[in-house]
Design a protein. Sequence first.
Lengths: 187, 808
Amino acid sequence: MNKSVFRPFLLALLASTTLLSACKDDNEDPTPDEDNEQITTVTYTLTPTGGGTPVLVQYRDLDGDGGTAPTIGTLTLAANTTYTGTLALQDETKTPAENTTAEIQEKADEHLFFFETSGTNLTITPTDKDKNNLAVGLTTQAVTGAANATGTTGTLKITLRHQPGSKNGTFAPGSTDVEVNFPTVVR
Amino acid sequence: MLFRAPGHSWSRLTRWLPGVALLCALPLGQLAAQSVAPGGCALLLSGRVQDHESRGALAGATVVVLETQQATQTEPDGHYHLDLCPGTYHVQVSFVGFTSETVEVRLAGAVLRDFQLHPDAIALKGALVEGQHVNAPTPQATASLSGQALRQTRGQALGEALQKISGVTAIQTGPSIFKPMIHGLHSNRVTILNNGVRQEGQQWGQEHGPEIDPFIASELTVVKGAASVRYGSDAIGGVVLVQPKALHDSAGTGAELNLVGMSNNGLGAASGTVEGNLRRLPALSWRVQGTAKRAGTMRAPGYYLRNSGFEEADFSAAVGWRKPGYGLEVFYSQFNTKLGILPAAHAESPTDLYAAIARRRPLETSGFSYAINRAYQHISHDLLKATGFVRTGTAGKLTATLGQQTDYRDEYDLYSARNADRAARNRPALSYSNRTTTGELLWEHRPLGGFTGSIGVAGTYQFNRYADGTRGFIPFYNNTIAGAFAIERWTRNRWQLEAGLRADYRILETRRGTRDTLGVYYVERREFTYVTPAASLGAIFDATPHLSLSLTTSLTQRAPAANERFSDGVHNAQYELGYDLVPGNGALGPETAYHTGLTASWHDNPRLNGELTLYQTTIDGYIYQRPILPPVINIRGTLVSWQYLRTNAVLRGLDLAATYRLASQWEVGGKASVVRGRDTQEDEWLFFMPADRAELSVRYAVPEQPTTRLTSRYVQLGSYAVARQTRVPADYAAKDYALPPAGYVLLGLEAGATVHWGRLPLNVSLAGSNLLNQRYRDYLNRYRYFADEMGRNVTLRVQVPFELSPRR
């Protein structure tokens, strides 16, 4: 039989399996998740329309999910005042920090912010529109009413809905990319 | 090169699809009767023919080799001998007053085959219960699916098919992902051997099914309960063996074609095998096999589950060189699948998750489609195996097995990246690869007195990583394991005793990328070593020719896996944290399992046959996940935080499978399984234990009529009942998103026959499941929070074996 032909062939096959295990990348270290899109920082800046010092509140979680808890600021506004609000979103795990606001602006027809307040006299209305004339919410008008009762604090919940191909002005379609709660008080 | 960077393209699946088409289009014209080489060979087939009842020798019984028409009669002491060529034969044994028996015998060397004939009074038929009593001489409860029982699962995923075996359930994710669970234990605690090689993939996800094409197997065997001495210290829950047929060892070429179609999700599957043995080179055998499967949107009663389609393409090839004194076999297989994920089940924010759970049906349903959109998983698995044996003369047999496998898992999120550059790159959010090399050297010594046994050494080297730039969830790790074991068995009369010992030495090195409080990235390196022992003691006692009792006890220590220690991140809107990362926890140690199982099997009875297994597994330092307060706040809201903890647990249960022959053509079958899992430290029930379940079926076999083209006709009516899981931890509503769903009863009907089409015997069956189109949800299905299970489904299965002409 053709034994002489088959023996080297089979030996080579056997040998190849043992060689395969030695790979040089086994001692590599993991690298930062550059392709992982995340948002670490949400900054809401409110400038009184009548002039004055802008008020700023921030959610910031530099180490990403888990680990150290995020730092969440408190929003303190003056009573019976109208503000112009702007939202800024960033990914500070990237170097330099990534400007998520610009990406949202570019795809405004896929994004919608919601502003819900409770326990405080604050009403927030988006003032910007996408190409389909639907609200976006990167710029807003915020109007405060009477001050909070002493010792009470309300909340402002800002939600970003990501709705590619399904945005219709309502909350339901798509998924939530941002949901942050700021303690809010009107003084 | 077998190890590529993860994030590879899907195109390699489509590239070889034409190959499958070719395989399926094998011309029927090539069919011819298989010719058997003429006599003159001298492989000895011998044995003894006995009365099954009295165990007395049957003198003068006739033994006929059907293929060659060689015949002989047994000697006064019941012995017979025949000289044959290597090959597979059907041997018929008959004796007046006894039922004739025909068995398949595969000859590669001398074969000893004893026969035990039954008195003629009542013909015995194969049991209806699919999980049949396996005569494997192991004290552990073992059940397997083969032959018709396996054919009845064709087209299903591996984990789905295994559920036919009592005591085996699955953690399910929709219609495509089934992770096997044995006696309430799963993932890291269940070892799967794919053609003799430990399957190594990404065990950490509940929605990660085994990456194996079940069409490879001619037999699926489940060892229930710890089998750690032989299969490694992870096998606390049990072992699944996916076993292909032995390679063709008689000259000629054979083929088999399986076709499956399902009405509910439009599943179509085709699997073909061609195998042969060269006439001029009888030592050389080969086989190629391929499977293509595609399913569209699954239909629950009243709506379609959007994006629930999946596709799969697999192939394998084997070549073997076999001589009486030595043999070598090389096997390669590749598994590729793409699985759509229900959008509701891919929620990344708790608000979305709760909204999806609150809905009676998913917000986004769809029409029927084969398209798979985001979110989806794309998995592939390569395995190259080489095994060889040498008969060491009088000393026994030495077998070496080497395996090299690589598992790739890419998970794509629901939406592509916001950033245009990133969206254009279209990379998966999670992209893992795992490369594992395994080796085993086993020496089986020749029988010495009543003793048989083996000793072996086994080694594993594993490297797990994720692709650069993707999200880390499980760290990079290197796992090096060296183990040694010995199993010895003593057989005398009606007793068999078995004892085994094993020790494993394991080094786990992890490299975890993380960020400090200022967001600065760094890599944390850790190294751990473990020595884990395993020991087992078992006995089998054949109380009567119809009743066997077996008892097994074992101790196993299992070292924790990397995911149990270092999971870190958000997966499906839940934050998961490994044990070592919980502040104040320290390093996680091994868990120790004490298993006891008692099996009673009554077999070869004219009417009632069955098997009952009772078991208890106590696990000290049981590693498990549970939600922990306070929740974790991230940018998407407040997340439930699942952490790995350790406690002490005890799992008890029973499996029952029995058949009863009502009349000559009627048989009733029943199966039941019960698992009770307690956390003995907290004194409460364990999470996610399978609910009690039972199955009842009636089968009618149509009497054979010699003139008809239809044989082996049967009709089977069955019902499957699962109770509501009420044994859950206290205050469960605060610990899970939804209470366990109500129990359910499903009705199924199946009919089948062998259709003789010319010389071709076609095995055809039609099976309907969930015939009443009931809405129901199952506690162990991860989609239960969002959607109902599959509605009515009718499956058509055709299996065609071919005998092709031998090569000249």
